[in-house]
Design a protein around this ligand. Structure first.
Ligand SMILES: [Zn+2]
Ligand SMILES: [Zn+2]
Length: 355
């Protein structure tokens, strides 16, 4: 019994320690009609006597160039544990510094987002579409700390969240560290969800989801999922197994509208696919190309990964000599598996390979 109590105390202490380390965000959309979101970030246990630097990212995984994400941020303020305003310096456009932080610091800011793709963010009446590096500030030097994020979307009763972040209840989503958080795009919308289960070589069952934010009926999304299944099965056959998705789920986050920017961006347990057609209906076969490419990345670049991209550096462009393998083979097998699944002819895909 004594050992039990000791163990319980130790577990309690570890949990408390973890909770004290956790960086927690809250995001709301009171002015979505003007493409704004409000973000707050609480950093507990900030080391004393060292200036605290908070900054925005300049790059995003899978997009091998720099982006000044901080340019879309304004009204940034800092507060201490008592809610008292704290003085900030701004040594660079996207870097903020508190000279003498107290134990707990809260940062709040407004972000403008009106570019729907796999890199930036967009907020409007239809959805909140977020690539994490484009939205979330982070404290420098705390990459190991877990993150939580909670969203408020009062007045949007039909919105729901789709993301590879781990849901931990009460509308809170969790990432074990900075790298996983930054790799986890989020779509909040009245999307249609279709999912299916896949059994892996080791007998483990996982679920693949299509969150389709489009002007389509349930039947179209369901039928499209059946096409997608065939592509996934062909890709499983290439490797002999599907990846072991971190929480047993993989998400296709799909936004479809002619006004959006077309894009596809791979992540570890999800992909963001933005397509510029009016609907999925009538365009199914064409749209599948990006799905096939991005899903192939779940292995090739996400798990078979150039060393040069680990860990990803969010403050500069990430130079790698191995992208011919990451992108070239993905492009090749993306098309080949479409042909094997019956959605392209040999002639179709050889023309693609010719450029
Ligand atoms: Zn959307
Ligand atoms: Zn690619």
């Amino acid at each position: 019994m004594r050992n039990f109590i000791l163990a319980a105390l130790l577990i309690g202490a570890t949990t408390t320690l973890k909770a004290q380390q956790e960086i927690s965000y809250e995001v709301s959309f009171p002015n979505a009609v003007h493409h704004e979101a409000e973000v707050s970030m609480i950093i507990p246990n900030v080391p004393a006597n060292v200036p605290l630097k908070v900054r925005f990212a300049r790059s995003s995984p899978g997009r091998y160039a720099t982006h000044e994400f901080g340019k879309n941020i304004y009204n940034l303020r800092a507060f201490d544990a008592n809610g008292k305003s704290v003085a900030l310096k701004q040594p660079a456009g996207d870097v903020f510094e508190i000279a003498k932080p107290s134990g707990k610091v809260k940062i709040t800011y407004t972000i403008f987002g009106n570019w729907i793709d796999g890199t930036y963010a967009g907020f409007d009446e239809a959805h909140a579409h977020m690539n994490i590096p484009a939205v979330f500030a982070f404290p420098v030097g705390m990459d190991k700390r877990p993150r939580t994020v909670k969203f408020s979307y009062a007045g949007k009763a039909d919105w729901k969240v789709a993301t590879q972040l781990k849901p931990i209840g009460n509308g809170v989503y969790y990432a074990k560290d900075f790298q996983y958080f930054m790799d986890s795009p989020i779509e909040i919308a009245n999307y249609k969800n279709a999912s299916w289960e896949v059994k892996n070589a080791d007998g483990k069952t996982q679920t693949i989801h299509l969150a389709a934010h489009s002007d389509d009926d349930e039947m179209t999304v369901f039928n499209y999922t059946n096409m997608l299944k065939k592509v996934v099965d062909e890709q499983k056959a290439v490797f002999g197994e599907l990846p072991n998705f971190d929480y047993g789920h993989y998400y296709f986050l799909h936004c479809v509208h002619p006004s959006y920017a077309g894009d596809g961006m791979e992540h570890r347990n999800s992909t963001v696919i933005v397509q510029r057609t009016p609907k999925i209906a009538g365009n199914e076969s064409n749209l599948l190309g990006t799905f096939s490419h991005e899903f192939f990345h779940a292995w090739n670049v996400e798990r078979l990964r150039p060393k040069t991209l680990e860990p990803f550096n969010f403050t500069q462009s990430n130079i790698s000599d191995e992208l011919w393998l990451a992108e070239g083979f993905t492009q090749y097998y993306g098309n080949l598996t479409l042909k094997r699944a019956g959605f392209r002819t040999l002639d179709n895909i050889t023309r693609t390979f010719n450029g």
